[in-house]
Ligand binder design. Structure first.
Ligand code: NAP
Length: 451
């Protein structure tokens, strides 16, 4: 059999599993995309002949390195760091850095693969990458975090650059960590370039970058509801997480007239039947970032709320749900409960928070369901705008950026409608996002020949 002959989906996935043993998250992400792309490619010989999906599902490179650092007690600690550069067909690699003990090569490969499609959807010239470490920032002093970030960048700097690969933040990496890493990059290279995004406003950052992922997810949700003639006014929302994405999604829901009932962290979730308003969101932001506290402390500050330890919030009845914590936090059984409770729409703020069973349940129930690669693309979109501002050596105004973010989210929604329309008023947003993202990257790859 010539290698360009068509293989079917099960055979393709067998190959992916064989080549990536012990990498379940990566295999899951490829499967979710391949299910749609195989349908789309059925009558498009050029993608088969050029093995395009096979090539996108093989990262351009995976760099793994040792990160040594010294803790406050003088002990030498050793962590592993990675940068996965998945695909740069349409622009420099771009994607966040995650510091969390659950980080593995499989997790970063899945994130870099997803990022490739997400970045293409934004319409901006960005390829897909992701990086991170199994370093756990919880319980570490500020000096320890600084030393770790500096050591991480001392290895990473040789693999990145403003026109090569531009990392940003992700779980465990916020403005403070970006600052330590940018400072170290600048010190080593003696160059002030837009090599990282999510920077502080005084040193090349962009307005609204911090808010962009959560706000963008809610704009996307509002776009989906509008297709049914509805909006967020008076709607109840269940949100997971209490970090950057979750708190800004909550903020935008409140601004658009909705009522947020839950937030969570890795310890459990809080349910506030009075609604989590702006003042309470500000309390959560300060508690989680400045005080580095736990979400369970919310009930001491707001006694009408309850805390449920060790559980996710999907059992709380709601109109809309936004999973904004981490991958595989919403399982098939949770999806069934959400649908049974009358949830109309789910917009993912996190990356791959819904497992494959859950995705299939949402699709079968034909509710409005947006995968993270579409609905959480607002963050990387404003990162792309930060890169443009750095290249121009200018800072754009907040109103301009707010409008660009809204326009980009609307554009992604339109791409999903274009490729995901199933007739009868139902849009398969997963299919729409996968095909629209794939097509752009695939067509660029065709232009380059076999490289
Ligand atoms: P973050 O500020 O670090 O917050 C992460 C939140 O998720 C925290 O509440 C954390 O709880 C919770 N969490 C993390 N790992 C968990 C686990 N294994 N089980 C349960 N809860 C867990 O991170 P973030 O930037 O908001 O990112 C959240 C998600 O959005 C991630 O999937 C990320 O890839 C995605 N995303 C982020 C951006 C961005 O611009 N930041 C853009 C696109 C997508 P603890 O405090 O207990 O750890």
């Amino acid at each position: 059999m010539a290698v360009s002959d068509h293989v079917d989906l099960p055979t393709f996935m067998e190959g992916v599993k064989k080549r990536n043993p012990y990498q379940p998250e990566f295999v899951q992400a490829v499967q979710e995309v391949a299910e749609d792309i195989f349908d789309f490619m059925a009558d498009k010989e050029q993608y088969h002949a050029q093995q395009i999906l096979r090539r996108i599902a093989e990262p351009d490179r995976v760099v793994s390195f040792r990160v040594c650092w010294e803790d406050d007690a003088g002990n030498i600690r050793v962590q592993r760091g990675w940068r996965v550069q998945n695909n740069n067909a349409i622009g420099p690699y771009k994607g966040g850095i995650r510091f969390h003990p659950s980080v593995t090569e499989s997790v970063l490969k899945f994130l870099a693969f997803e990022q490739t499609f997400k970045n293409a959807l934004t319409g901006l010239p960005m390829g897909g990458g992701k990086g991170g470490s199994n370093f756990n920032p919880k319980g570490k002093s500020v000096r320890e975090i600084m030393r770790f970030c500096q050591s991480f960048m001392t290895e990473l700097y040789r693999h990145i650059g403003a026109d090569v690969d531009v990392p940003a933040g992700d779980i465990g990496v916020g403005g403070r960590e970006i600052g330590y890493m940018f400072g170290q990059y600048k010190r080593i290279t003696n160059q002030f370039t837009g090599v990282l995004t999510g920077k502080g406003l005084e040193w090349g950052g962009s307005l609204i970058r911090t808010e962009a992922t959560g706000y963008g997810a809610v704009y996307f949700l509002a776009n989906m509801l509008a297709t049914k003639g509805e909006d967020l006014t008076g709607k109840t929302a269940v949100i997971s997480g209490s970090g950057n994405v979750a708190t800004h999604a909550a903020e935008k829901i409140v601004q658009l007239g909705g009522k947020v009932l839950t937030l969570s962290d890795s310890g459990g979730f809080i349910h506030d039947p009075d609604g989590i308003d702006q003042e309470k969101i500000d309390w959560v932001k300060a508690h989680k970032t400045v005080r580095r506290g736990r979400i369970e402390d919310y009930v001491a500050a707001y006694p009408n709320a309850t805390f449920v330890a060790g559980k996710t919030p999907w059992g709380v009845p709601c109109d809309v749900a936004l999973p904004c914590a981490t991958q595989n936090e919403l399982l098939g059984e949770d999806a069934k409960v959400l649908v049974a409770n009358g949830c109309k729409a789910v917009a993912e703020g996190a990356n791959m928070p819904t497992d494959l069973d859950g995705v299939h349940i949402f699709k079968a129930a034909k509710i409005l369901y947006a995968p993270g690669k579409a609905s959480n693309a607002g963050g990387v979109a404003v990162s792309g705008l930060e890169m443009s501002q750095n290249s121009e050596r200018r800072s754009w105004k907040e109103e301009e950026l707010q409008q660009m973010l809204k326009d980009i989210m609307l554009g992604i929604h339109q791409s999903c409608l274009e490729y995901g329309d199933q007739g009868g008023g139902y849009t398969d947003y997963v299919k729409g996002a996968n095909i629209a993202g794939f097509k752009k990257v695939a067509d660029a790859m065709l232009a380059f020949g076999v490289v």
